[in-house]
Design a protein. Structure first.
Length: 456
């Protein structure tokens, strides 16, 4: 009996297939040609997605052995604290009682601090040192003190140019401030730092999504900041899609991308800045050791899957919560759509009432209830690509009770003439993203205790 590898090798030699990857002799090209042959076969219904994966054209990941063994057998906590509507709007759930004396609003705090430092770096090195030291006295938040201290240490090195330091700061500064706001960093473990660094690394993946809020030119003014924030969908100012396209084209023409800017956008560059920043924290703040696995692969992918056991426990927890009937139904619809369709927060936020199709009364007076959702880009959501604009047949994906809840929410929002599907009051604005993320986080925290689930 020949091994699979031997058979593959023999076939490839016979077909004279070539592949430079010696560790996988000729498997990729063999699958490519075999897949082409399968698709020509009459009556062939083979899904070619796996063939594309096996050729290495799509990156995949899977559950770890431990997660797979414990899947759908998770321990669910009991006697839980009821969920309230107000706590969904809280921006941070840090247990630290020590708040910065100069507490500022986010993201304005992070944007202003980064801008002030980068403005200071436009002059001479002596003046930059003076300005950074003044900022250290004014910004006493733990995360800001560490970031400013790192910048000050970089200024002490005569080999570092000011514009280089500015780009170092622009690469990781704002994400660091946003992800660590109001946290007592002295109590953080290595895993806490790793989670934040991984999220920053992940934000640098070039997959056609919106530009990261960090990837801005270092020589920007306040006007440029506001315009750029609009371009990435972070501002609340109303702009038409046409205006956005015009602004984007003007912005790209005006800003010539330098070598450092290109390098800054890569995960490898970000990895290096994070490692240097953490080395500084270890030397000056006794930060714990952090394992950096991103140096060579540079792309970190974690696999997680919500089991039916967890999902049904989440539904039960919401049903038994202290939420009002309208709030409870809205949260249940968010949960069912996230679980059944895999929609992300930005996609849920951007759904408008008019994006829900096929719920109406026909000419014979019969109710037609086969809802579908149109996903298309808007000011709150930029899809990954043009093909990401799609129609989701939710009538085929939701269970009967879940479908009933969605139709009930749709009729209510339409009757109240609300614009956004997940909104309250006038309905002119959707619920903020923190409501969606907190909804999942709070439920997971209370049901499971320690976990590594995220919803973004």
């Amino acid at each position: 009996m020949k091994s699979f590898e031997t058979i593959i090798s023999d076939i490839c030699k016979k077909l004279k297939l070539q592949n430079k990857d010696k560790s996988k002799p000729h498997l990729s090209q063999l699958i490519k040609y075999a897949d082409y042959h399968w698709r020509q076969m009459k009556g062939g219904d083979i899904d070619t997605a796996l063939a594309i994966v096996r050729q290495g054209k799509i990156k995949t990941t899977g559950l770890t052995t431990n997660k797979l063994i414990n899947y759908n057998q998770e321990v669910i906590n009991s006697n839980l604290q009821p969920l309230t509507w107000e706590e969904l709007f809280v921006a941070s759930f840090s247990e630290s009682d020590e708040k910065g004396t100069n507490s500022r609003e986010y993201p304005n705090f992070s944007k202003n601090l980064i801008k002030e430092v980068q403005d200071a770096l436009k002059g001479s090195k002596a003046s930059a040192i003076t300005q950074v030291e003044l900022l250290q006295q004014g910004f006493t938040q733990p995360n800001a003190m560490r970031l400013l201290g790192w910048v000050r240490s970089l200024l002490s090195d005569s080999n570092n140019r000011l514009d280089t330091i500015s780009k170092y700061l622009g690469c990781i500064g704002r994400d660091w401030l946003m992800l660590t706001m109001d946290e007592n960093l002295d109590e953080w473990s290595g895993e806490d730092f790793e989670a934040v660094y991984e999220e920053i690394i992940q934000s640098k993946i070039k997959d056609g999504r919106k530009q990261s809020i960090l990837n801005k030119e270092s020589d920007f003014g306040e006007d440029n900041l506001d315009t750029d924030d609009d371009l990435v969908g972070c501002a609340d100012d109303v702009l038409s899609q046409g205006s956005l396209n015009v602004l984007n084209n003007v912005y790209l023409k005006k800003n010539k991308v330098s070598y450092l800017d290109k390098l800054k956008d890569t995960q490898k560059f970000t990895y290096g800045r994070l490692r240097a920043f953490h080395d500084y924290q270890r030397a000056h703040y006794n930060a714990p050791f952090v394992y950096f696995p991103w140096g060579n692969k540079r792309q970190v992918v974690n696999a997680n899957m919500i089991s039916p056991r967890i999902y049904h426990a989440m539904k039960e927890y919401l049903v038994n919560s202290d939420l009002g009937d309208e709030q409870k139904n809205l949260c249940l619809v968010v949960l069912s759509l996230a679980y059944r369709t895999g929609l992300r927060i930005k996609e849920l936020i951007g759904v408008k009432v008019r994006d829900i199709a096929d719920i109406y009364i026909d000419e014979h007076g019969q109710r037609i209830e086969q809802p579908q959702i149109w996903l298309r880009p808007n000011r709150y959501r930029r899809l990954k690509s043009s093909s990401a604009s799609r129609l989701i047949p939710i009538n085929c994906l939701l269970k009967k009770d879940e479908l009933k809840q969605l139709i009930q929410l749709y009729r209510q929002q339409k009757r109240l003439k609300r614009r956004y599907f997940f909104s309250q009051g006038s309905g002119d604005q959707p619920l903020p993203s923190v409501v969606f993320s907190n909804l999942m986080k709070l439920i997971w925290d209370r049901l499971l205790g320690k976990h590594d689930f995220t919803f973004s």
